[in-house]
Design a protein around this ligand. Structure first.
Ligand SMILES: *Cc1c(COP(=O)(O)O)cnc(C)c1O
Length: 371
């Protein structure tokens, strides 16, 4: 079946048999069991990260509503399994802990990356180390203790793209982690190009309405088991209500991505000829447009009235922010330059508003810094 169809039905296959239309939301933190001995065996198995049928014993270990979202997202990405977390950063943390726990704490990463991802790798807060590479130098940067190669494409915030097939080849046996937050499975399925791990900040397009925080990893059965083992012990479980909202978000993801991508492409074209814009970054797909301005980008953020001046992205409303100050303010100027992030860059996440209304707002704001 086509992706638009799967987006609506994935994770819901059993509903008709249950006599239900909406997905059941299970808010239980614990699950009663009279047979303590049997429950002990189940819990021991769950601690290894294995999936087993029946209730999850305790809410931190698993949740039926979250399960549905995990299965649906994995299906859309064309992966065996999915594991959901309380945020995108919690998902990335679990991936790093999983490879470090297996004795491979070295990471090769391609800039630019989401600012906090760059910060987490550069700071070594989790005991990992990083070698920064370009797609061409990844192969040479691999070591015996390299556990992951990490890339974003299109990347946050410059929308730089990477040839995933070529990069996956360069990685050899080392798992390639692709942060697919910007493209979503609607526009790109990295597993089809050889990625082992596909990560999302579900907070963005998957939720789609700016009202739910979450992260999810679509991957192989084996790596998913290791991630659940980490999640069992460290506790960054996705809240069931978030799981419910994210599953609902998936059903409209294809139409939202199609509509906002079309608007983004039009805005990118118009921005390219605006006298206050010196450079437009648009990879020809997706709902994000980045552009460099001739004056102070913070004045543009202050001047918009329809577009929301805020970090984050992927909501039904359009959002604009200044990466050098905010999303990428946590990394130093040298690292930003290394990732090609200009101080004059603005990042626009295009929502579902009318394209001409957005252009009116944006061009008025740009006129303030013109000349
Ligand atoms: C927002 C974002 C993250 C972090 O996700 P949270 O849900 O905020 O923790 C990771 N990667 C990318 C590309 C992002 O845009």
């Amino acid at each position: 079946m086509e992706l638009a169809t799967r987006a609506v039905h994935a994770g819901r296959d059993d509903l008709v048999a249950l006599g239900l239309h909406a997905v059941p939301l299970d808010l239980s933190t614990t699950y009663p069991a009279r047979d303590t001995q049997a429950e002990a065996v189940r819990l021991e198995t769950l601690a290894t990260g294995e999936r087993i049928p029946g209730p999850p014993v305790y809410g931190r270990v698993g949740n039926p509503t979250v399960d549905r979202f995990e299965q649906a997202l994995a299906q859309l990405e064309g992966c065996d399994d999915g594991v959901a977390f309380a945020s995108g950063m919690a998902a990335l943390t679990a991936c790093l802990l999983a490879v470090a726990a297996a004795g491979k704490p070295h990471v090769v990463a391609v800039r630019p990356l989401y600012g906090t991802t760059d910060h987490l790798l550069a700071s070594g807060l989790l005991g990992t180390s990083v070698t920064w590479a370009t797609p061409d130098t990844v192969r040479a940067a691999l070591r015996r203790d390299t556990g992951l190669v990490i890339v974003e494409t299109p990347a946050n915030p410059t929308l730089a793209t990477v040839d995933l097939r070529a990069l996956a080849d360069a990685c050899g046996d080392v798992p390639l982690l692709v942060d697919n937050t910007f493209a979503t499975p609607v526009l790109q399925r990295p597993a089809e190009s050889g990625a082992t791990i596909v990560l999302h900040s579900a907070t963005k397009f998957l939720g789609g309405h700016g009202d739910v925080l979450g992260g999810v990893v679509a991957t192989t059965e084996d790596f998913a088991r290791r991630l659940r083992q980490i999640r069992f012990a460290t506790g960054a479980m996705l809240h069931p209500l978030a799981g419910y909202l994210l599953l609902r978000g998936l059903s409209t993801l294809p139409v939202r991505m199609k509509a906002s991508s079309q608007t983004a492409a039009t805005l990118a074209t118009r921005l390219a000829t605006h006298p206050a814009v010196s450079k437009v970054h648009y990879p020809g797909m997706g709902a994000l447009v980045a552009f460099e301005v001739t004056g102070d980008p913070r004045e543009v953020v202050a001047a918009v009235r329809l577009i929301t001046p805020a970090v984050s992205l992927g909501s039904v409303d359009s959002l604009i922010q200044h990466p050098a100050s905010l999303t990428h303010g946590v990394i130093d100027a040298e690292s930003r330059a290394d990732g090609g992030i200009s101080d004059r860059l603005l990042r626009l996440s295009v929502g579902l508003e009318d394209v001409d209304d957005l252009w009116t707002d944006l061009s008025k704001a740009l006129a303030i810094i013109e000349g």
